[in-house]
Design a binder for this molecule. Structure first.
Ligand code: UDP
Ligand code: MN
Length: 487
């Protein structure tokens, strides 16, 4: 209909331009107005179409920023309709019947590994428990889309079954949307100084992530989940992650733990096992962990004296990691364990990938030895060997940051542990997991084509010189001084 108008008026305009001056005044004025309006509308339409086409050709649009996202079939439409999508995203009542909008919300409450009091745990740290924190992550969203949240109730105590509400809605035209809201409530035993339970209320919603694993639980839950409201679907939390981090006192310690802790804070359903090579816990470490707000257990496991004394290379972090394994054998039943040294660098996507492994998974680690990387070698989708600057007769020449193990798989091997053998810690531990077929080793990080973990090393800092206590008496420097390692 409009097309007809456009063409006829277009013709008219041509005639007019041809000098049809002699027409009646009124007629030509009305027609002129109509003509100019039509030209205006037509030009606007052409301009809009050209502009959308131009935007869709922008390299920024999809290939660079969100390279893992699928291109929607209605790619251009996503721009045209994004303001509408925005409205829909904020309106829970409309979305169900609107064909351009889908909504998925997962609302869950879980208690992760209730941390029973242990004598090695926390010391005075537990007194500081009780703070709750909320972390909210929004990843790149190409289209202007505002996920709407309904804040989870933060009333969960130490019992299972605490309630939570949470919501995230998305539109079908979103290019990227991974939104996670986590509320953690940590309750401490009142009578004791120990942490009695860690309860977490988590709301998570994921869409169109490349990781099929990340979307599977939501998809499967959608079939069975109860609806809390028409557009909200409940889902269970992903499998738990147990991150075993050896640490020891040195000038960089609190800095390292702070950096790693805030990385881990982006990951849901995680218990951080921080194990210090020391005879007793350090309240400053506990204080740092409290402030970060990631659910944790703080334990000690000193390196045996004979290794401490040696002039040769020491088995660094081994007693700590074995203590972590012991903890898991006692407290964990499912999920995945990962050894995360306190000084390394981790892309959080590796955590989402390792969650779903069956037995053992491996992937490349950057900045290892002279080769610059340590990685499994993959040919035609199969693990055919290892690339590492130092093989040393190892069956598994891999870095500590380059593998994860299923808790169930570990527990089926009661003797699995890490040897006090410098250079052979990873190899010894992985060998102790036998039987393990090479074909059973899952290859993460895009089938080992990407680097998601880095063996970084922090420059060693000499302990700062002692504070002149007389001169700085009753100043803040006295307080700061307690946070530092002095000679
Ligand atoms: N570590 C430890 N005690 C030590 C030395 C190191 O517990 O005496 C821990 C350290 O915090 C780290 C892991 O063991 O999490 C590996 O140590 P480091 O980073 O020094 O080893 P590298 O990465 O250089 O091989
Ligand atoms: Mn290191």
């Amino acid at each position: 209909m409009k097309g007809v108008n456009y063409s006829s008026l277009g013709t008219y305009s041509g005639i007019n331009g041809g000098g049809n001056v002699g027409g009646t005044g009124k007629m030509s004025l009305g027609k002129s107005i109509k003509m100019y309006l039509t030209i205006f509308i037509l030009t606007t339409c052409i301009y809009m179409a050209l502009y959308q086409y131009h935007i869709s050709r922008e390299p920024f649009a999809a290939s660079e920023v969100v390279k893992h996202q699928e291109k929607s079939s209605s790619y251009i439409a996503s721009y045209l309709w994004s303001p509408i999508s925005l409205l829909m995203a904020n309106s829970s009542s409309n979305s169900i019947n609107n064909p351009t909008t889908t909504s998925t919300t997962t609302t869950t409450t879980t208690t992760i590994a209730p941390t029973t009091p242990t004598t090695t745990t926390l010391g005075s740290v537990g007194q500081k428990q009780g703070a709750s924190s909320t972390a909210s992550i929004r990843m790149v969203s190409l289209v202007a889309t505002t996920p709407s949240f309904i804040s989870p109730l933060s009333e969960s105590r130490s019992e299972l079954g605490s309630e939570s509400l949470g919501g995230h809605q998305k539109t079908a035209t979103m290019k990227t949307s991974t939104t996670t809201t986590t509320t953690r409530t940590t309750a401490s035993g009142l009578a004791t100084t120990k942490l009695s339970a860690t309860t977490r209320t988590t709301t998570t919603a994921k869409t169109s992530a490349k990781l099929s694993a990340a979307t599977t639980p939501i998809a499967s839950h959608m079939e069975n989940g109860h609806k809390t409201r028409p557009t909200f679907v409940a889902a269970s939390l992903p499998p738990p992650l147990y991150i075993i981090t050896p640490t020891y006192r040195r000038p960089e310690q609190l800095a390292e733990l702070t950096r790693l802790g805030y990385t881990l804070k982006h990951v849901v359903n995680l218990l951080w096992l921080v194990i210090e090579d020391a005879n007793k816990t350090n309240p400053l470490v506990g204080h740092t962990l409290d402030r970060i707000g990631v659910p944790y257990e703080y334990m000690v496991a000193p390196m045996p004296e004979k290794y401490k004394q040696t002039k040769k290379a020491k088995p660094r972090g081994v007693s700590n990691r074995n203590r972590g394994l012991e903890y898991l054998r006692e407290h964990a039943t499912e999920g995945v364990l990962y050894f995360a040294d306190d000084d390394n660098t981790y892309d959080i996507s590796i955590f989402e990938q390792m969650r779903y492994i069956n037995k053992v998974a491996m992937w490349p680690v950057g900045l290892v030895t002279k080769t610059g990387v340590s990685s499994p070698i993959i040919q035609e989708g199969k693990l055919v060997g290892y690339y590492d600057g130092w093989i040393g007769g190892r069956k598994y020449p891999v870095d500590m940051a380059g593998f994860a193990v299923s808790v169930k798989f570990l527990k089926e091997r009661p003797n699995a542990q890490m040897p006090f053998k410098p250079g052979y810690e990873e190899d010894g531990f992985l060998r102790s997991l036998a039987p393990l077929d090479d074909a059973e080793i899952e290859l993460l990080a895009d089938e080992c084509r990407d680097i998601l973990t880095w063996h970084t090393q922090t420059k060693k800092n000499a302990p700062g010189q002692a504070l002149n206590r007389t001169r700085y008496k009753n100043t803040n420097l006295e307080h700061i001084d307690r946070l530092l390692v002095r000679p």
